[in-house]
Design a binder for this molecule. Structure first.
Ligand SMILES: C[S@@+](CC[C@H](N)C(=O)[O-])C[C@H]1O[C@@H](n2cnc3c(N)ncnc32)[C@H](O)[C@@H]1O
Length: 246
């Protein structure tokens, strides 16, 4: 069966059943620091999540595959966009390994290009794919030191709220992969209502404690691309720092 016929069949069954080849983690030939997770996806969905038995297809990753020079300190940025924060942070912390993530191919390329130009591919990489499923299906327990999530898509219409990434099931994965001890989640948005909902989710999450509520400054003074634009426009920015205890 051709790939097109296969996809049509998948659409007709209305189940998102994804063959193994949609779930690879492969290094991009042109951008060595770019890793594709779900490198081809079925049109109309970004959530290819099941194998034929309806279970997640879990192949746990050894971070050394992405970062061969890995020294054990791993941070993840959720939704990196153009990669401005990722690259500046990686430059300041050559001893950290920071993985950006982006499900949009254009932005993933843009950010990976920026990493290459700034010589930070030794200690940073871009994941192109849905970071939620990457965490859920690939990342081992207790292997990540911190998360950064800045200006996530707000999905302002009520019927789209379900697409927001800062949800309890996302935090379950965050808490699972964070190393034991006190670990940090940096959060920032310009969207008042999403911010309120997000802080409620943190407040109700058992292992999370908000250390700075709405008053945090840009992490180490590094503004993201969206943040620079929004601050120029004079929009209010809500930044918080959350600690996870295990
Ligand atoms: C509004 S932009 C902000 C980008 C950057 N953090 C900044 O502040 O400049 C949010 C980005 O998150 C990406 N994104 C949204 N959901 C994602 C997901 N589940 N996995 C990976 N990237 C995601 C979007 O494609 C978009 O580029």
């Amino acid at each position: 069966m051709s790939e097109e016929e296969n996809i049509t069949l998948l659409k007709e069954t209305k189940k998102v059943i994804v063959p193994e080849f949609y779930r690879d983690l492969t290094q991009d030939r042109e951008y060595p620091c770019l890793w594709h997770f779900v490198h081809r996806h079925i049109e109309g969905t970004r959530k290819p999540i099941q194998t034929e038995d309806n279970l997640p297809d879990k192949h746990l990753l050894d971070w050394k595959v992405l970062f061969p020079a890995h020294n054990g300190h791993i941070e993840i940025e959720v939704g990196s966009g153009k990669g401005g924060f990722l690259v500046e942070y990686a430059k300041r912390h050559p001893d950290y390994f920071i993985m950006g993530s982006e499900w949009d191919l254009t932005w993933a390329h843009y950010a990976a290009d920026r990493e290459i130009r700034n010589n930070v591919c030794e200690n940073s990489a871009m994941l192109r794919g849905d970071v939620f499923y990457f965490l859920r299906d690939r990342v081992k327990n207790n292997t990540v030191d911190a998360f950064h999530m800045y200006f996530p898509d707000p999905w302002p219409k009520e019927k789209h709220h379900k697409n927001r990434l800062l949800r309890e099931d996302f935090l379950v994965e965050v808490a699972r992969v964070l190393k034991p001890g006190k670990r940090i989640f940096y959060w920032g948005t310009d969207h008042k209502e999403y911010n309120e909902i997000a802080l409620e989710v943190f407040d109700h999450f058992k292992d999370a404690k908000i250390l700075e509520r709405d008053t945090a400054l840009p992490t180490e003074g590094i503004m993201t691309n969206f943040e620079k634009k929004y601050r120029q426009e004079g929009r209010p920015i809500y930044r918080s720092i959350i600690e996870f205890e295990k």
